[in-house]
Design a protein around this ligand. Structure first.
Ligand code: MRU
Length: 341
């Protein structure tokens, strides 16, 4: 099953806020509904929100049939601004919007424009599947029989179109017959690890245990894990990794225990244009911290800090697994990106 699908009557997404209790799809008839879905995290994960943005633009094109060239371009420009404003940290969203813009900017015929925009969105989705499988294959070479791997948040099929990045590495190693064991950390505040990663591990039949985030130091000290594999929302030229809040602490603990820490991501997460300090870390609403599953756990009126991502400096990252291969420190990602980035 795919996280996001283009169908005749709209774009269908799995509502990830309902998992694992209910597996339901949301039909998005226009880009505004997809933008809302990204904000509400009904669809989430860096590659998936890039694909959602591309499909949102494809809906704009599809719903603009019969309009003039200038009208369609104007509609696409406005929709692109709306989608751009949804979440600030993952590079893939902006990557997808920029890639789609190139398709309509040079267009001279309205019906070609519409068809090309729809085709490009489809290609963004299909490419994600291919990239994740390649990440999986490349990363699996780092995994040995008997490995006990910690993963964090959800960098699985649900965060992409269907295969996953960090989970792609785990799946690929498992599919190749390696006996591995996974520890999935719950990932407060929104529990993507507990709700989504365990859902995927369970359906794949991969042996695992769920732990709370504050157990990680203990299980490392006990020697229960020997590798960490996480995803990434944005990677700088120097190999600095932006990923779910808490990743930095895990990388520090891994370093202290001599455990290799890998980040797996497609090159669409790489951003050569920014320095780490320029990346905007999304701040989300206080209720995500004061409540769990809509139940208040903190007193009324407490002040809350809720950054959604953190920065893990490249020095703490043992390897970056991409669809093009595995990179090792000291990082310089300049040569990695080809056309279209
Ligand atoms: O806030 P989220 O759930 O969108 O954050 C997701 C993550 O941090 C993932 O680890 C990252 O997007 C990589 S997903 C392949």
């Amino acid at each position: 099953m795919r996280t996001i699908e283009w169908r005749d009557d709209g774009v269908y997404i799995i509502d990830q806020t309902k998992l694992p209790r209910k597996l339901v799809m949301i039909r998005c008839k226009d880009h505004n509904r997809l933008a809302l879905a990204i904000e509400r995290m009904e669809i989430r994960g860096a590659p998936a929100i890039g694909v959602a943005a591309a499909m949102g633009l494809a809906l704009v094109a599809k719903n603009s049939k019969g309009r003039t060239l200038d009208e369609i371009k104007e509609r696409l420009n406005r929709a692109s601004e709306r989608l751009r404003a949804t979440r600030p940290t993952a590079r893939n969203l902006f990557w997808a919007l920029e890639r789609m813009r190139k398709v309509w900017e040079g267009a001279t015929d309205p019906s070609d424009l519409v068809n090309n925009v729809i085709r490009e969105a489809d290609e963004v989705a299909e490419e994600d599947v291919r990239m994740c499988k390649a990440i999986g294959r490349n990363g699996a070479t780092l995994v040995s029989d008997g490995d006990r791997i910690l993963t964090y948040c959800n960098a699985g099929g649900l965060a992409c179109v269907e295969y996953g990045t960090a989970m792609g590495v785990i799946r690929s190693a498992f599919e190749s017959g390696k006996k591995i064991f996974v520890y999935a950390a719950e990932t407060r505040p929104l529990l993507q690890g507990a709700r989504l990663t365990t859902f995927e591990l369970k359906s794949e039949g991969i042996p695992f245990k769920l732990i709370t985030d504050n157990m990680i130091g203990y299980i490392m000290q006990k020697g229960l894990i020997n590798k960490v594999v996480v995803g990434a929302d944005r990677i700088t030229r120097r190999g600095d990794i932006f990923n779910k809040i808490g990743t930095y602490g895990i990388a520090l603990m891994a370093k202290a225990h001599g455990i290799p820490f890998y980040a797996a991501a497609p090159t669409s997460s790489v951003d050569l244009s920014v320095k780490a300090e320029e990346v905007i870390i999304e701040e989300r609403k206080p209720e995500e911290v004061t409540h769990i599953a809509n139940v208040r756990i903190a007193p009324e009126g407490v002040d809350v800090l809720n950054p959604a991502f953190d920065l893990t400096p490249g020095e703490l990252v043992s390897g970056i697994i991409t669809e093009k291969g595995v990179l090792y420190p000291p990082y310089n990602l300049s040569g990695l990106l080809g056309q279209g980035h």
